[in-house]
Each structure stands twice: as C-alpha cells, then as structure tokens.
Design a protein around this ligand. Structure first.
Ligand code: URA
Ligand code: SF4
Length: 193
C-alpha cells in the first residue's frame, strides 16, 4: 500500500481531538497527490461533513468557478485540503488546540505532495500556515517564501459570498496566482488529465 493510502486510512480513524465525536466524515482532501499547487481551507462545513469532500456547498461552487478562471480544476491539477479535517460544531472557528492536533495530518500530506505553490483560503489557514499575525484584509495576494515554496492567501469563498465587494481584489489575486504558477510550475497547465 502506498504511503498516501496508509496516511488516508489512518486519518479516517483519527480521534486526536474532540471534533471526532460530532463528525459524520473525516474530510481528508481532494485532487492529485502529486499536485504542484495546494489550496488550504479552514475546516469542513455541514455539506463537506456529510459528503466527505472539501468545498462542496455554495462556497465550493464559487471556489470551482474561481479555479476555472485561472485554468485549474480540483480533480485535474491541484490538491485541496483543510486545516482541520472534521467539522467544528455550528461551523465555529476551529480552536487552536484542534488546529494543532490536526496539523500533523496536513504536514504529512504536504511532505508527500511537495507542492511548489500554496494558496491559503481565508484568515484561519493564512494564520496557521503563513504567520500568526496575518491580516487578510491587508495581506491577501502577497507572497511569502518558505524554504523555496511560494505561499499566499486570498479571501475565503464564504467571505466573497457574504461581501461581493471583495471579488474584484480577489480577481486580481487570482491573476497573480496564475502568473506565479506559470513561472514556478512545469506541469500544472500542460499536463491536465
Ligand atoms: N470551508 C472551508 O474552509 N473548507 C471546506 O472544506 C468547506 C468550507
Ligand atoms: Fe483528528 Fe483532525 Fe479530526 Fe481532530 S479534526 S479528530 S485531529 S482528523
């Protein structure tokens, strides 16, 4: 069995934080395990919990549209995961303790995927993966280099649904992400299956 399948199987049984008690499904992630581009959200909502896949509600449809604008597809050329893999009750923010407990799974996924570009979706992922004092309103679209891997953050799709006024800025960020992927990644736009 591949490391990836083993990891997935282990993760599916995880009880490392209390979120396991109220989940329906562990939402491990979706996409290519050799993706050059990794998108990271916050945690599953109700639909994701029921279906076991990240970003499948209204926000998910918007995310798919955003990806399509820059030639990406969740199944073909990227990977999408979350900071926490089980749904926080009432969609509250995941607690720091829950994020820390779950981070080992994401670290393991990151080591196996070895992405070149990482896009954080929203404040929670940006704080966890870029820096603790990340300010999404001021710092979305900015690039951070971590051991040669390019990290950025854009507004969370749910924030764009709540406040469509944020969409033009996000469109600019998406174009910059496309440019960065073209400069940094060999496969993403040439080998989609
Ligand atoms: N919001 C997230 O951050 N992740 C999901 O998977 C769904 C909604
Ligand atoms: Fe395990 Fe993460 Fe689920 Fe907590 S949220 S039970 S750490 S998979």
């Amino acid at each position: 069995m591949s490391n990836w399948e083993e990891l997935r199987k282990e993760c599916m049984q995880c009880k490392k934080c209390a979120l396991w008690e109220t989940r329906t499904n562990v939402v491990f992630g979706v996409g290519r395990q050799d993706a050059e581009v990794l998108f990271i959200g916050e945690g599953p909502g109700e639909n994701e919990d029921l279906q076991g896949e990240p970003f499948v509600g209204r926000g998910g449809k918007l995310l798919d549209d955003m990806l399509r604008i820059i030639g990406l597809d969740r199944k073909e050329n990227i990977y999408i995961a979350n900071i926490v893999k089980c749904r926080p009750p009432q969609n509250r923010d995941p607690l720091n303790t829950e994020q820390e407990a779950c981070m080992d799974w994401l670290r393991a996924q990151y080591r196996l995927i070895r992405p070149k570009v990482v896009v954080c979706l929203g404040r929670i992922a940006a704080k966890a993966l870029i820096k603790d004092d990340f300010k999404i309103t001021q710092e979305h679209g900015r690039w951070f280099d971590k051991d040669g891997v390019k990290f950025t953050a854009i507004y969370h799709p749910a924030a764009l649904l709540r406040d469509p006024g944020k969409r033009p800025e996000t469109f600019v960020d998406l174009k910059e992400i496309k440019k960065m992927i073209e400069e940094t990644c060999k496969r993403t736009y040439t080998e989609g299956e």
